[in-house]
Design a protein around this ligand. Structure first.
Ligand code: ADP
Ligand code: ZN
Length: 741
């Protein structure tokens, strides 16, 4: 017998080995094996078993053995890994690697305490970066500091995956005290969640229908194994998940629940824990290697029946999977940004098919892709339009800023008189308000009105990429995290009155302090939140009513529950609409719906104000809470332009320091694809990407879209993985890309 083995080095190639007689009973698909490789031995996994090899069997080497400390992968997961590698144009090694947590893959478990690193003194670090950023000897240290400033607090393994990370520079910075380390027992907040047992609630009519559909699916009598549970916020989707899981457990099978990382809160976990107690394994990002290893083994050995977690929980090694729930299925965090660039919702549908399991995709604002699949009959639709508690929806108003009187000289123009008045009312009544602006910093950019100079990050080229932070007296780049001193006069012409244009949350905060002098104001954005603690401190203050107004970016849009908030003001509701991306409308609608949902979660009815400077149907649909109207409108727009979900789309990115090498390679790549083009495929030839340059790397993008892409996708995969680009050029393929920047 021949075993086809993938080793841990990235060659995207299987190697054939003879299975020696003493192993023939124990080797199967998915076995972790060791193999002779050149003069050394390597570890790998068996992807397939075959009778024959296309190589000369006499020359084949034999498997060295089965690895004692690395577990085997189930055959279904191996199949899933192969599918991921093929469909997402990734190497087989990358795909197999995503199936297993690192600790399990290596068979080594490190000690239990987490070592968390952070910049000891951010102000000193800013100064260090400014002083040494031209110093090539210290370039690596500068990059490491910038990386860590951006991350806040992180474990080393997390930093090591970033391209800017240098171990030696990092160690030197730790030694010199610029980076500090603290040890922490991994949080067990999820373990301690008080598990007051609860029992299923009597379903509402909408829940009843959804659950009946699930029963039909379980009996194998339905036309699809996927249910799209389209239910308004508070319609009781979670209760449907809970009861569906109970059905599956009763049949002796297991379940996986995927949630966006940001919603994996103790609140959510508590509800599952209360219903299922110790049957549940919680896979969150801060587990130590040891805990991850333990959880994985608990699942693998059948000690727990349910796993809840973000994207990667999809690969939980259950042997008898009956159900996968994908909550907030529209959330963009389900798409992985590194290879393999898989979409967990789509892979969930595939795993469900492979394992003969059901899939429930739940959302209050389903993705265009899922709605389309439901219309086509590929998914079953369950609609829950009514809220369980019949709480009145917030009152949403659109304020057109073009109709406002001009601001008094010297006064900021960020808040309209209507919004100011609404905030004042809240302050008088001791209620809370949220002011939302999806851009951090003080001003968007720095310009010279005399000569037209614009401050730009020298390593990244996109207009207005520098954000001015007044508290740090710095310009910082939102693409690479690089910083520079903020000039006091124009560096080109010396003009004294250099100006700042556009506004971010820092400016918004300072304006609000000016307009509402007595109010207690807090701010949440990635500039402020340099560590997880900062985040908790502000949230906690706000939750306990110690703040009146919370200013923030999208960090505050999702999932947070503050019963005291009765007003949400969105400063620029139209901000995202001009992005050069066909999903801009969808993202704007989802974002507006999410922030609006922060108002009126307590006793009192909420009010929401969308400020805008343009007429937009998207904003009107959001203000009317009319998701059906919006999705109709958005789907028509996409159909007209033949964008997904009416076609499939593959984005191919080319990067490198030498622009002409990138352009040439991209052009030759495109040319090799020509022969695979047919009349339902459109190819946008390679051109500089909307973000042309990041960290001194030029970026080119080409887009292949249409239907019947299978053959061309296979060609793209081979070309991307097996053609040798010239020095320094890299290719990244993003199938079903979510961002075209
Ligand atoms: P969603 O997930 O759709 O936002 P939830 O499942 O969180 O909705 O339900 C909203 C609220 O209604 C929760 O407090 C939940 O406990 C309650 N609830 C859900 N279903 C029922 C039911 N059948 N009877 C009574 N209360 C319910
Ligand atoms: Zn930059």
């Amino acid at each position: 017998m021949i075993a086809k083995v993938i080793t841990d080095i990235s060659l995207d190639r299987e190697f054939d080995y003879l299975v020696p007689p003493e192993l023939s009973d124990s080797v199967r698909i998915g076995s972790a094996v060791t193999v002779p490789f050149g003069r050394s031995t390597r570890s790998g996994y068996v992807l397939a078993l075959a009778e024959n090899s296309s190589y000369d069997a006499a020359k084949l080497k034999a498997l060295a053995g089965i690895s004692p400390d690395r577990p085997a992968i189930s055959e279904n997961l191996i199949k899933l890994g192969k599918w991921i590698a093929e469909y997402y144009c990734a190497t087989q090694e990358h795909a197999i690697r995503t199936l297993l947590p690192a600790a399990v893959r290596s068979g080594r478990v490190r000690e239990k305490k987490l070592k968390l690193y952070s910049v000891a003194d951010p102000a000193a670090a800013d100064k260090y970066i400014l002083e040494n950023r031209e110093n090539s000897r210290l370039a690596k240290r500068v990059k490491v500091l910038q990386l860590l400033l951006r991350k806040g607090e992180a474990v080393k393994a997390e930093l090591a995956t970033e391209t800017d990370f240098s171990v030696s520079a990092f160690d030197a910075l730790v030694k010199s005290g610029m980076i500090s380390m603290r040890e922490e027992l991994p949080p067990d907040e999820f373990e301690q969640v008080d598990a007051l047992p609860d029992t299923p609630l009597a379903p509402t009519p909408g829940q009843q229908k959804a659950l009946e559909q699930i029963s039909t699916m379980l009996e194998g009598k339905a036309a699809s194994h996927v249910q799209l549970l389209y239910g308004t916020t508070n319609s009781g989707k979670t209760e449907v998940y809970l009861q569906a899981i109970s059905k599956v457990l009763a049949a002796g099978r297991s379940a996986i629940v995927l949630v966006p990382e940001i919603s994996l809160t103790p609140q959510t976990v508590r509800r599952f824990r209360a219903r299922f107690g110790s049957k549940l394994s919680v896979l969150h990002s801060r587990l130590s290697d040891r805990e991850r290893f333990d959880e994985w083994n608990r699942i693998n050995s059948g000690k727990v029946q349910i796993a809840i977690g973000a994207r990667s929980a999809l690969f939980a090694p259950f042997n008898n999977l009956g159900l996968i729930v994908v909550d907030e299925e529209h959330d963009s965090s389900y798409k992985q940004s590194e290879s393999p660039r898989y979409h967990a919702r789509d892979v969930a549908v595939v795993r469900g098919k492979l394992e003969n399991a059901l899939v429930i995709l739940g959302s209050a604002t389903p993705s265009a892709e899922s709605l389309h699949n439901a219309r086509q009959g590929k998914f079953l639709l369950a609609r829950m339009a009514d809220q369980v508690d019949n709480k009145p929806a917030p009152v949403i108003r659109i304020v057109d800023r073009r109709l406002d009187p001009p601001p008094e000289p010297g006064m900021s123009n960020l808040l309209s008189p209507i919004l100011i008045h609404a905030v004042e009312e809240r302050l008088e009544r001791a209620e809370q308000a949220i002011l939302f602006l999806n851009r951090r910093g003080y001003a968007r950019t720095l310009c010279c009105p005399q000569c037209g100079y614009e401050a730009r990050c020298p390593e990244c080229s996109i207009n207005y990429n520098y954000t001015y932070s007044r508290s740090r007296e710095l310009l910082s780049c939102h693409l690479c995290g690089g910083i520079a001193p903020a000039p006091q006069v124009c560096p080109d012409c010396g003009f004294q009155e250099i100006r700042y244009f556009g506004s971010g949350t820092e400016k918004l905060e300072s304006c609000a302090r000016g307009i509402f002098p007595g109010a207690r104001i807090g701010r949440m954005d990635s500039d402020m939140m340099r560590s997880a603690e900062d985040y908790e401190v502000v949230l906690d203050k706000f939750r306990r009513g110690k703040l009146d107004i919370l200013v923030g970016t999208q960090m505050i849009a999702k999932g947070l529950h503050f019963p005291g908030v009765t007003l949400v003001g969105v400063i620029n509701a139209d901000l995202g609409l001009s992005m050069p991306d066909f999903r801009a409308q969808e993202r704007t609608f989802q974002m507006l719906t999410q922030v609006a949902g922060r108002a009126g979660r307590g006793e009192k009815r909420g009010e929401v104000i969308f400020q805008t400077t343009r007429d937009s149907e998207v904003i009107r649909f959001a203000a009317d809470l009319d998701f059906d109207g919006f999705s109709q409108f958005d789907l028509e727009f996409r159909e007209m332009l033949n964008y997904p979900p009416f076609s499939r789309l593959i984005a191919i990115f080319f990067k490198g320091e030498n622009e002409s090498a990138v352009a040439d390679f991209a052009a030759s790549f495109a040319e090799k694809l020509e022969c695979y083009r047919h009349d339902r495929i459109r190819i946008t030839p390679p051109a500089p990407a909307p973000v042309e340059k990041i960290k001194n790397q030029y970026r080119y993008m080409m887009i292949v879209r249409g239907t019947g892409l299978k053959t061309i996708r296979e060609a793209i995969r081979i070309l991307a993985l097996h053609s040798n680009p010239p020095n320094g050029v890299t290719v990244a393929v993003d199938v079903d890309a979510q961002h075209l920047m």
